[in-house]
Design a protein. Structure first.
Length: 357
């Protein structure tokens, strides 16, 4: 005997409600929404020397070594950009610095008096040359420069290994520019034209066009394009990384405050655009230029303030502040997943299962 139609409809509603409540947002998880169980990042198990801030990753392929370049320590080689290597992306050892105290780019300290260390490098390979961009500044100031060095190999044992100073790429000056020339991030568009995103605080994230093979601005008279801001004072947004994936450009940024140990509020968001110069919008259509951004990763348990990210060959590297280390910073690397709607996912399956519903 079949149940009455009304009774069957009531039963169906009850079943759906139970499924939605079970284990949290069941319906949301199977539909491919943010944090969906259908897409989850993979966190690499890391060991060794992991004390890297603002890591720029070069993920090795086909058995090639991995590299991480990171912000310098004022007590080591006068704050030079640091290098770490790994045979497999898991076990990391220190490999010194890009330059030593005697061979640093001398022009930088004249351009930015008071520099104690060099910040947030980015490494880009083009036509057999590695382009290493870095920033020099000081906290609370937008008197900053972005510099460039090049090398034909990252293998320090290679006789051809030598970092060549190419000088200043871009600068910001208090009172005349409303942005901060730090945190460079390089991407090539579909035609192979290079672009550099940069910036933090003040006027937010900016972009200029570069040219090959110099790696320098194509036209210094053209003002930067504005890509993203964080409207909440003090416009704390930085560390732009742009990734090309499946016909889209994805702008990853870090928002809120870094460098405060376990009190850091750093977090990562993303937007995407069909054009490298934007506009970059989040899943809801909100423009990152006016505070939009799809949340990717924020504080979770021992991992406080994740940010300072970079991308290479499917992997995203970032730093976080580890509570079990008293808030000291640590390197993390995750293989990025992509959901059914083409959005990157940085949370792991375990993090998704543990998230509040």
């Amino acid at each position: 005997m079949r149940a009455p139609l009304v009774s069957r409809r009531v039963a169906l509603v009850v079943v759906i409600a139970v499924l939605m409540a079970a284990g949290g947002a069941f319906w949301w998880r199977v539909s491919g929404g943010p944090g969906s169980a259908s897409a989850a990042a993979t966190a690499l198990e890391l060991s060794g020397d992991l004390r890297a801030h603002d890591p720029a990753i070069v993920a090795g392929t086909a058995g090639q070594p991995w590299y991480v370049f990171s912000t310098g320590d004022a007590s080591v080689a006068k704050g030079a950009i640091q290098i770490r290597t790994s045979p497999d992306g898991h076990a990391w050892t220190t490999a010194g610095t890009v330059w030593d105290a005697a061979s640093e780019p001398a022009w930088v300290r004249a351009a930015v008096p008071g520099v104690t260390n060099f910040w947030a490098p980015d490494v880009h390979l083009h036509d057999g040359t590695y382009y290493l961009y870095y920033a020099a500044s000081s906290f609370g100031s937008n008197r900053s420069v972005i510099g460039l060095l090049t090398n034909t190999t990252l293998d320090a044992a290679d006789p051809a290994y030598a970092w060549v100073d190419r000088g200043e790429v871009w600068r910001s000056t208090p009172g005349s520019t409303d942005y901060n020339a730090i945190d460079p991030g390089i991407v090539e568009d579909a035609d192979g034209t290079p672009w550099m995103a940069f910036g933090s605080f003040w006027g937010g994230i900016q972009m200029i066009r570069l040219e090959w093979p110099s790696g320098m601005p194509a036209d210094r008279s053209v003002p930067p394009v504005h890509l993203a801001s964080h409207i909440v004072p003090p416009n704390a947004i930085e560390a732009p990384t742009i990734v090309r994936h499946d016909g889209w450009f994805y702008l990853f940024v870090s928002r809120d405050l870094c460098c405060r140990a376990s009190a850091s509020t750093y977090n990562m968001v993303v937007g995407r655009s069909r054009a490298v110069t934007g506009p970059y919008v989040d899943r809801s259509g909100a423009d990152m230029a006016t505070d939009g951004g799809e949340e990717l990763l924020a504080t979770r348990g021992d991992m406080v303030g994740p940010g300072g990210e970079s991308y290479s060959n499917g992997y995203l590297a970032f730093h976080y502040y580890a509570t079990h280390l008293g808030g000291d910073f640590q390197l993390a690397i995750r293989k990025v997943a992509w959901d059914a709607d083409g959005w990157p996912v940085l949370t792991t399956a375990d993090e998704q299962d543990a998230a509040p519903r």
